[in-house]
Design a binder for this molecule. Structure first.
Ligand code: 3HC
Length: 697
């Protein structure tokens, strides 16, 4: 083998040139990889002994895309288009040999080859949309030529990967070769191409599938309409649709040029910066400075869940779906039966939608056993308590569990606010106690706050981080404080939302501003959905807040057909004249002089105190890094990914501006807006949150 450079090799196998890329971890298209491919293709093309060229990768995957770390830096090395041209214009057949994932620019490299072979486990896709981009190296122009417009639109705007079999059926892959024998398979295929004198097939010349869509703008309009909700707020999907439309209607080279320009323009947007930041943040979050990757973990073969309500049921489903048996405990038989019925119902609904088989439903339910006796949890490796949010009840349960559950097992609480250390203190094994805070609906939401107590052992933390991945969640390690990271910051927003409706806004004004910002719903719509009566009791209610007044009137949210909004029979919300009057009367009673409140003020009052609270969380070391806080908000509360999370958003605005606004509000409205010293310090030094040196727990 002759090295082209540090990451590419060229060798001859009989009369086939094999160009191998070896750039761990994912063979991303760095300058060196591009240089190596371009030079290797040119050399192999000129070598009279080579009749075909196989492009293959070492390591775990084919090229997984452009090197995202290079974005925004000055260009160096061969350009991607020049590298691609070297493949397409090679004077002999080029065969891309794919294993792992050919993604983004990697897939676009494969699309330059004249043929593609893959192992059965290989996947291909264009995930650029997830980075706020569109494919920038021909993906939107070439893919429709292979798979047709509809499928290309779907793949490009969703960013999902498809498997080798589907890729073959849709015309992307020419042949599937035996698993583990990619090189041999690709060489055999190359020899077949030579023997049969197959042509140098260039996708740019294949027009049949796009011609079918030419002049049919309704295809694109229908696609826009069908996906309007999914694309709301995002800039890249519309550009992707336009570019596929260009592929259909423009000459090839013009469409390519336009695609490249759109890609470069998107690269400069805040949205793409935010989404690229989130990509790395999601990978950072698993790294815990004082819990190294090789920390021993505890095997979790059976899980116990206490409480078969909405939360306990949802939590259990995560484990059942991952093939881990669950024993669920309730106090009364009817509550247990009800809980298990709901779980079955949820699975059956998924089956009805075609996302699992009836067999899958039975397999999962077969792993579930219900009981009224805590003693049945003795052999569990992990027990998660999901009962009413009351310290005395939780302490009582943990005392009992400590006596029942085998030594070495983890005892976890799903508390949303309470002090995990206090709960741990009633056991003789505080190092095995941890918080596992799931978000509702627990079988759907991706976030899991993993709450590290003072004494929680590293092994227990490592086990829970690993388990989170196993059940398809993003685990974020946080420290003990009231409401942990997510709810602690949420409390800031909720407080301001309540104040705003007293001072002059209406619930639907606040909700509209936050919805337009990109949140799935505003705070009042959220309260109506959750139920206004959470934590409310008729006996103690004293008409002291608007929420209490609404509950007293039996306006307890969507479930009673009325809350902050009125609801029609289809649960569609309408602003409520009744609520408007209640608010006006209440404000008058409190002596508040209502004023007109601008949308800007609503947004700043709701969001800036959250950023400030996030800074306090960092200061206190309750989160490891600012990007972990952002991951909490994106995955637990639907914060728009294109705004990167509250901390990233704060930096986009400018920490100095956030600080100035907080000071202005503090002057007018007092301590709720007191800036955190960390925010003040970073803003003063012109730094960002990523520069903050903090720690965990
Ligand atoms: N550029 C730079 N680094 C990358 C990278 C990329 N495209 N893809 C992955 N990495 C890094 C990760 O940050 C991670 O680094 P770390 O170990 O320091 O944390 C390491 O590679 C391994 O990645 P994962 O932990 O994600 O490994 P997995 O095995 O779970 O997943 C993967 C592998 C499916 C390839 C996944 O990493 C992935 O989806 N990567 C992104 C693919 C992508 O978005 N490609 C499109 C890029 S944009 C583009 O190509 C533009 C073009 O159209 C011009």
């Amino acid at each position: 083998m002759a090295a082209i450079n540090s990451v590419t090799d060229l060798s001859l196998d009989g009369d086939i040139a094999v160009l191998t890329v070896n750039s761990p971890p994912v063979n991303a298209l760095s300058a060196a990889v591009r240089d190596g491919i371009k030079e290797g293709m040119e050399k192999a093309g000129a070598d009279p002994n080579a009749k075909a060229i196989v492009l293959i990768c070492d390591g775990r995957t084919f090229i997984a895309g452009a090197d995202i770390t290079e974005f925004g830096k000055p260009p160096s090395g061969a350009s991607l288009p020049a590298t691609q041209a070297a493949i397409e214009n090679a004077p002999k057949p080029v065969i891309a040999a794919i294993h792992g994932t050919a993604l983004g620019g990697g897939f676009e490299i494969a699309l330059m080859a004249h043929y593609r072979v893959a192992v059965p486990s290989a996947k291909v896709g264009l995930p650029e949309i997830k980075l706020g981009l569109i494919p920038g190296a021909g993906g939107t122009i070439r893919l429709p030529r292979l798979v047709g417009v509809e499928k290309a639109l779907d793949m490009i705007t969703s960013g999902t990967q498809i498997g080798a079999k589907e890729a073959q059926a849709s015309g992307i892959i020419d042949e599937i070769v035996e698993e583990g024998k990619l090189r041999e398979g690709a060489l055999a295929f190359a020899r077949k191409v030579i023997a049969e004198k197959r042509p140098l097939k260039k996708i740019r010349d294949q027009n049949a599938k796009i011609e079918a869509a030419r002049g049919r703008s309704e295809i694109f309009d229908n696609f826009r309409k069908a996906n309007a909700r999914k694309f709301r707020g995002f800039e890249a999907p519309e550009q992707a649709i336009k570019s596929v439309e260009n592929a259909v209607n423009m000459p090839f080279d013009e469409a390519m040029k336009t695609e490249r320009q759109m890609f470069l323009d998107l690269l400069k947007t805040n949205q793409s910066a935010a989404q690229r930041y989130v990509f790395f943040a999601e990978r950072q979050v698993t790294k815990i400075p004082d819990v190294p990757d090789d920390t021993p973990t505890i095997p979790i073969k059976r899980v116990g869940v206490i409480g078969a309500g909405t939360m306990g049921g949802g939590i259990s489903m995560n484990f059942l779906s991952a093939g881990i048996p669950v024993t669920i405990v309730e106090m009364k038989q009817d509550a247990l039966d009800r809980g298990m019925k709901v779980m079955r119902g949820n699975y059956e609904n998924t089956a009805k939608k075609g996302r699992m088989t009836q067999g899958d439903v039975e397999t999962r339910m077969g792993l579930l056993s219900g009981t009224l006796e805590l003693e049945k949890l003795a052999d569990c490796d992990l027990v998660i308590e999901a009962v009413f949010e009351n310290m005395d009840i939780k302490k009582d349960i943990f005392r009992k569990l400590d006596g029942i559950v085998k030594q070495g097992a983890i005892l976890a609480t799903n508390t949303s606010y309470l002090n995990v250390d206090e709960i741990a203190s009633v056991t003789k094994r505080p190092e095995f106690v941890i918080g596992l805070h799931f978000f509702s609906p627990a079988n759907v939401m991706r976030l899991l706050e993993i709450v590290r107590g003072d004494k929680t052992s590293k092994s227990v933390i490592a086990t829970c981080m690993q388990l989170a991945r196993k059940i398809g969640k993003i685990g974020v390690l946080v420290g003990v404080c009231h409401g942990f990271v997510g709810n602690r910051m949420l409390a800031q927003r909720q407080r301001e939302a309540q104040k705003l409706i007293l001072e002059g806004a209406m619930p639907w004004d606040v909700d509209r501003v936050l919805y337009d910002f990109g949140m799935p719903m505003g705070p009042f719509a959220m309260s109506d959905l959750a139920g206004l009566d959470i934590g409310w009791s008729k006996q103690t209610s004293s008409s002291s807040t608007i929420r209490e007044i609404l509950c007293e009137m039996d306006r307890r949210g969507q479930k009673t057909g009325a809350g902050f909004y009125d609801y029609d029979e289809n649960r569609r919300a309408k602003p409520s004249p009744v609520v408007e009057k209640i608010i006006l009367d209440f404000a008058q009673k409190k002596g508040v002089n209502r004023r007109k409140i601008s949308d800007d003020e609503i947004l700043e009052r709701c969001i800036y105190p959250m950023i400030n609270e996030g800074a306090k969380i960092l200061e206190e070391g309750k989160a490891i890094r600012a990007s972990d806080i952002d991951i909490v908000w994106i995955n637990g509360y639907g914060w728009p990914v294109y705004r990167g999370g509250p901390m990233f958003y704060g930096e986009t605005i400018g920490l100095d501006k956030v600080l100035a606004k907080m000071k202005e509000f503090e002057g007018k409205m007092g301590d709720d807006f007191k800036p955190s010293p960390l925010l003040a310090k970073l803003a003063g030094e012109g730094k960002g949150f990523k520069d903050a040196k903090v720690g965990a727990g």
